[in-house]
Design a protein around this ligand. Sequence first.
Ligand SMILES: [Zn+2]
Ligand SMILES: [Zn+2]
Length: 64
Amino acid sequence: MECLAVGGHPVQLRLCLVCGQVGCCDSSPYQHATAHFKETGHAVMRSFEPGESWRWCYVDGSIV
Ligand SMILES: [Zn+2]
Ligand SMILES: [Zn+2]
């Protein structure tokens, strides 16, 4: 995972529902989840945190 590869401290993680890539959220320094959307167009992800099950759509800009 690129987030850990760059040596960042643990952050909130997001799971891409299209390809399964895990990236970090917008409150992390690298914002890999958003970068993944910009690179691939995969717009829907979900929280990868235990106990969280919400989904976020970048295109709609809202919880889906
Ligand atoms: Zn990251
Ligand atoms: Zn993806």
